[in-house]
Design a protein around this ligand. Structure first.
Ligand SMILES: CC(=O)SCCNC(=O)CCNC(=O)[C@H](O)C(C)(C)COP(=O)(O)OP(=O)(O)OC[C@H]1O[C@@H](n2cnc3c(N)ncnc32)[C@H](O)[C@@H]1OP(=O)(O)O
Ligand SMILES: O=C([O-])CC(=O)C(=O)O
Ligand SMILES: [Mg+2]
Length: 291
């Protein structure tokens, strides 16, 4: 079973209090941020705080992702050094516009891994696409490095770039979301949706979570711990789905004994993709059932 990455919680890198206790909320991944949530005058402090947090025992049993500043900024290479040496599992590239951005980041990581004795290839990458140009290049970006665990949408920057704003139904993001899903699946990597910024709007968050589940995303970037359980519950299969998946597997096994490739269950066709889907539902159920 591939690693679960339903919830990836952003934590502002300069916020010492949040850095010291975020692990208690148990998101699937913690995403320390050195980029847009950190003020310019706090960049150096944030880098040091995140470097220390990465090495703390509390963060050894949870996946750590760090969003670094772009390499062409004055902070990018310093961030990368701290993050790779600190032992982050994954580096998140912000504002990825092209495959070259990923390749440049990979080259820089290789140098640092060699210099600090970290196994070459052990630092994974996650590319966030946040512009029209990036969406146009999503396929190349998704294939740009063996280190990529996935690609993600960054919608706040994206809507600014295409000159609109986010709406409750997300019409303005449909093209970008589908482009990301398509590119990720074709490359065999994961797809992550963007943050929902209206923190106190629980119903709006739930609607968006249902929408991105239907589109096929593996998970979503989050900005607040209250969003974690809500998201996990939306992404979990219901008891009825689990019961149906078990019935499909049983019927498929019975059909296989009789040498049948396609069978009927309660008047509905069951064949290869439907059986695969049932197995996937049962795998997801191991992490919880919808309440
Ligand atoms: C467009 C982008 O780039 S998005 C990515 C960058 N942005 C971020 O990282 C923002 C992360 N989120 C936050 O900073 C905050 O959640 C805010 C500012 C959005 C809302 O803050 P608040 O209104 O204080 O949140 P809330 O009242 O729900 O906080 C409850 C508790 O959760 C903690 N908390 C809130 N957000 C986070 C977080 N992202 N990570 C860890 N802990 C958090 C608070 O410190 C508080 O803890 P306490 O009870 O021990 O005092
Ligand atoms: O990647 C995200 O979801 C957050 C972000 O930077 C954006 O929306 O611009
Ligand atoms: Mg952004």
């Amino acid at each position: 079973m591939s690693k679960l990455r339903r919830s990836m919680l952003f934590v502002p890198g300069a916020n010492a209090a949040m850095l010291s206790n975020t692990f208690i909320y148990k998101p699937d991944s913690i995403m320390f941020d050195l980029e847009d949530s950190v003020a310019l005058r706090e960049k150096d402090t944030a880098r040091m705080l995140v470097f220390n947090a990465l090495q703390h025992p509390f963060y050894q049993d949870i996946e750590t992702v760090v969003r670094v500043n772009p390499l062409n900024s004055e902070f990018g290479l310093k961030d990368l050094n701290a993050v790779v040496r600190g032992g982050a599992d994954v580096v998140r590239l912000a504002k990825t516009d092209s495959a070259e951005d990923v390749i440049a980041m990979e080259r820089a990581i290789i140098e640092i891994e060699k210099a600090c004795g970290r196994e070459v290839g052990s630092t994974k990458l996650l590319a966030a696409i946040e512009s029209a140009r990036g969406i146009n290049n999503a396929v190349e970006i998704a294939h740009a490095s063996e280190r990529l665990i996935g690609i993600a949408l960054g919608a706040e920057d994206y809507v600014r770039d295409i000159r609109t704003q986010r709406s409750p139904g997300g019409t303005e993001l449909l093209f970008a979301r589908c482009a990301i899903i398509q590119a990720a699946r074709a490359a065999g990597i994961m797809a992550f949706d963007t943050v929902y910024s209206d923190v106190n709007n629980e119903q709006g968050f739930l609607n968006e979570a249902e929408h991105i589940k239907q589109l096929g995303f593996d998970g979503k970037s989050l900005i607040n711990p209250r969003q974690i359980e809500l998201l996990h519950n939306v992404l979990a299969p219901s008891q009825a789905e689990v019961d149906h998946a078990n019935a499909v597997i049983e019927a498929a096994e019975e059909g296989a004994k009789q040498g049948l490739g396609v069978i009927s269950l309660n008047g509905k066709m069951v064949d290869g993709p439907i059986i695969d889907r049932a197995r996937w539902t049962l795998q997801r159920a191991q992490s919880g059932i919808k309440q």
